[in-house]
Design a protein. Structure first.
Length: 235
């Protein structure tokens, strides 16, 4: 990976002529994303993210932290102990420059010998497992990182609305997808293209079934106006 997403974050943090990121998926056209959005303050965050940060407690793991805005809020405004992890070296450099005390270049699937009270997966963080077939291992890994009484807070969307209606009143979903929430993401930045990667949007019903199957108790905390939701999973 060229780490273009992280490069955009670091460029913004260091005033190195940042530009918009260009994103495209197998079900959506090219779109421009302002990197500044990743540097939002608590007051600029959507309700769902604010709610998740209000519910966060104890020792916190922020998985796929990006520019670190959620971690900074928890660390600086609520004086909580936060570990921010990402697989992007540039994003972690930016997090360190922003003052996050414990920012690590780390894949959550290889994190060992650590326990947390809250695991955060915001901005559709559960999508990082890529495909639905990976969700059992992903959830079991997250569960293994929880202290007794711990919680996983995640948001995602049901993207069924993106698909056309078929003649029977259902939805027409391409047969190459094992699950309709699976997409392939493309990112471009400053004329360079990242290697395409798998991503997933998981509807709440599917998440609920996967949670029960892997010894986790699901709870729907908040539903947004656009098929999005915030959920809590606990042991």
């Amino acid at each position: 990976m060229k780490d273009l997403f992280g490069k955009a974050i670091l460029d913004f943090q260091t005033n190195n002529s940042p530009e918009d990121l260009i994103t495209e998926t197998t079900i959506s056209e090219e779109d421009e994303m302002s990197v500044a959005y990743l540097f939002r303050s608590y007051n600029e965050m959507p309700n769902m993210e604010q709610k998740a940060l209000q519910l966060a407690k104890g020792r916190i793991l922020d998985v796929g932290c990006g520019a670190g805005s959620h971690s900074l809020t928890l660390q600086n405004e609520r004086s909580l102990e936060v570990t921010a992890i990402d697989i992007s070296p540039n994003a972690i450099k930016a997090c360190t420059l922003r003052g996050i005390k414990d920012a690590r270049l780390q894949n959550v699937m290889t994190l060992e010998n650590e326990k947390y009270d809250t695991v955060l997966l915001l901005m559709n963080g559960a999508g990082m497992c890529g495909k639905l077939k990976n969700i059992p291992n992903f959830l079991l890994k997250l569960k293994s990182l929880l202290n007794p009484g711990g919680q996983i807070l995640l948001d995602s969307s049901d993207i069924i609305y993106m698909f056309d209606d078929d003649e029977d009143g259902g939805k027409w979903i391409p047969s190459e997808n094992a699950y309709y929430g699976e997409v392939v993401f493309n990112i471009a930045y400053k004329g360079e293209k990242e290697k395409p990667f798998d991503w997933m949007y998981i509807d709440y019903n599917t998440l609920q079934n996967a949670a029960f199957a892997n010894g986790l108790k699901p709870e729907l905390i908040l539903e947004g106006e656009h098929y999005d939701y915030l959920a809590r999973l606990s042991i």
